[in-house]
Design a protein around this ligand. Structure first.
Ligand SMILES: NC(=O)c1ccc[n+]([C@@H]2O[C@H](COP(=O)([O-])OP(=O)(O)OC[C@H]3O[C@@H](n4cnc5c(N)ncnc54)[C@H](OP(=O)(O)O)[C@@H]3O)[C@@H](O)[C@H]2O)c1
Length: 273
């Protein structure tokens, strides 16, 4: 799979990861865990590693932990979660609970979810990085109207990662934030790559254009390749509960990427549907 370096360490990250919002919020029954374990197994078999979760996603961190335990493959995974609470002590307790639920001593990436109490939590994340309990720091948001607040927080706290929304349906981040992240040496994870599924609705009834055949076999690959062909993007995290969708998403991590003229054509094509 295509990979990109994390600028602060040069560690390579595979471009296709997995989001867990809603799709991993299930009871830890044998059937539910087995279904999601098969998705994670597929991710790892194709060279992927990034799983993104949050305490906000209810049972998802526990489900990730159950899969880590059942697979005995912690080292193959890059576990990203978030802190989403107010106050230093509450943040520390939540981060410890995330490590417990995910059955890991070290969390690869701890992100401040939606910039909630950023300064307080970034201090804790820095302390934990020094202690070796967290490998990387991050800040997230999912809405274009938060990009200027995110920009200010990036400049103030210099995280290793940011996580933002960017897709063929929401392109605001390429105006300022994506170039800024590249200039500042910050890795970028992209959330909502399908606008939570809405992009599939926008192309329903339409065939892929012939000129896309050299780089995409499906609409999913078309949408993901638009994102990962941006030079500032490190990784994208489509969420899925279905093995055949995971297979489709993973295929976007291989082969040719659209060049800048083709990216413009992709924008024009989707705008005119
Ligand atoms: N503030 C934040 O930090 C923040 C905010 C939003 C999201 N996120 C992260 O980003 C992740 C992704 O965003 P998202 O979950 O909002 O939405 P998304 O990844 O844009 O879309 C997910 C939807 O697309 C469907 N899907 C996935 N692959 C598909 C394929 N190949 N073909 C057809 N349908 C497909 C899924 O349904 P199926 O289950 O049927 O496949 C699901 O309904 C989240 O899970 C979360 O980890 C973070």
């Amino acid at each position: 799979m295509i990979s990109r370096p994390i600028p602060t360490s040069d560690e390579q990250i595979p471009v296709i990861g997995l989001g867990t919002y809603s799709v991993f919020d299930v009871e830890s029954t044998a059937d539910e865990i087995a279904a999601r374990k098969s998705i994670v197994d597929m991710l790892v078999a194709e060279g992927g590693s990034v799983i993104d979760t949050s305490p906000m996603y209810r049972r998802s961190e526990k489900v990730v932990g159950d899969i880590v335990k059942a697979s005995n493959n912690r080292d193959a995974l890059f576990l990203a979660t978030k802190v989403w609470i107010d106050g230093r002590e509450a943040g520390i307790a939540q981060m410890q609970q995330s490590a417990n639920l995910m059955q890991t001593e070290v969390i690869d990436l701890m992100q401040v979810h939606n910039l909630r109490d950023t300064d307080v939590h970034m201090r804790t994340i820095r302390d934990w990085q020094e202690q070796g309990r967290i490998r990387y720091s991050g800040l997230t948001h999912y809405r274009a109207d938060a990009l200027s607040s995110l920009e200010a927080a990036m400049k103030k706290t210099q995280p290793d990662f940011i996580q933002i929304n960017y897709s063929l349906g929401e392109r605001e981040a390429d105006q300022r934030l994506l170039p800024l992240a590249a200039d500042m040496g910050i890795a970028v994870i992209i959330n909502r790559p399908y606008q939570s599924g809405a992009l599939f609705g926008a192309v329903r009834g339409h065939d892929l254009p012939e000129w896309a055949a050299s780089f995409a076999d499906s609409w999913g690959q078309f949408f993901l390749k638009y994102i990962i062909s941006h030079r500032a993007v490190t990784c994208v995290i489509p969420a899925t509960s279905k093995a055949h969708h995971m297979r489709d998403n993973l295929a976007a991590g291989f082969g040719k990427l659209p060049d800048s003229a083709t990216r413009n054509r992709m924008v024009e094509f989707t705008a005119n549907l």
